[in-house]
Design a protein around this ligand. Structure first.
Ligand code: PGA
Length: 249
């Protein structure tokens, strides 16, 4: 299954509720009719996750959350627990996205708590890591990424599958992407790090940050790239389907 890729749509806080439901339906309809070798995961805003699960009930598309709280229940105003997402049928959860790290001050320690809780659930985490523009420019990209992996504690946990999304912060939503060599190098380092632990097989390393119709096929062909985490381009049904189709079956 060398061409098996994991393609994750991160809708962030987009689009509106009603447009979102229409988008879920149209993605479902287009995918049902196609022969697809990849695993497709849609992470819509939490308020339409149950709609997504219902719409995809007869398809192979899975649904994920964009974050979760590490506690099962409790006095955490505005939060949603990992257990709640599990109970409604979410199969994946994005953890440690750079927008959460920046806007909600999420630390590696908090990310560890989330991974630790998910480890007790059926939900598969998609751990996001990535360097800042300054870290890249000072030649510290892989150091920054490995630090995030170490401090998140993912190496100590035994997930059925470990999914890491390498997302350089400067590439997110900017239209800029690293070179193929840069992506290959960091992916290699991540894999090397996770491989250094026993029982850490079944590691998937995705690339994220300005993946679009034009560059998807090139990105999927890079050695060590097991798929993509896609923001902006996953909100345009035609583009998203073209990206999925750019994986050679
Ligand atoms: P982008 O976002 O594809 O719009 O760059 C990716 C992400 O933030 O996961």
């Amino acid at each position: 299954m060398s061409n098996f890729k994991i393609i994750v749509a991160n809708w962030k806080m987009n689009p509106s509720i009603f447009e979102g439901i229409e988008l879920l339906k149209s993605i479902n309809q287009s995918i049902v009719r196609k022969k697809i070798s990849s695993k497709i995961v849609i992470c819509p805003p939490s308020l339409i996750i149950r709609d997504a699960i219902r719409i995809f009930s007869n398809s192979s598309i899975s649904v994920g959350s964009q974050d979760c709280h590490y506690a099962q229940i409790g006095p955490f105003t505005g939060d949603l627990s990992y257990k709640m997402f599990e109970d409604i049928g979410c199969e994946y959860s994005i953890i440690g996205h750079s927008e959460r790290r920046a806007n909600h001050f999420e630390s590696n320690k908090l990310i560890f708590e989330k991974l630790n809780s998910l480890n007790k659930s059926k939900i598969m985490p998609i751990l996001c890591v990535g360097e800042s523009f300054d870290e890249k420019n000072s030649g510290k990209a892989s150091e920054a990424v490995i630090r995030q992996i170490n401090e998140s504690g993912i190496n100590e946990l035994e997930f059925k599958q470990k999914i890491i999304a390498y997302e350089p912060i400067w590439a997110i939503g900017s239209g800029k992407t690293p070179t193929k060599d840069e992506i290959m190098t960091i992916h290699g380092k991540i894999r090397e790090k996770l491989n250094s632990k026993p029982n850490s097989n079944n590691i998937k390393v995705l690339y994220g940050g300005s993946v679009n119709v034009e560059n998807a096929s090139d990105i999927f062909s890079i050695k060590g790239v097991d798929g993509a985490l896609i923001g902006g381009a996953s909100l345009k049904q035609a583009d998203f389907i073209k990206i999925i189709e750019s994986v050679k079956i």
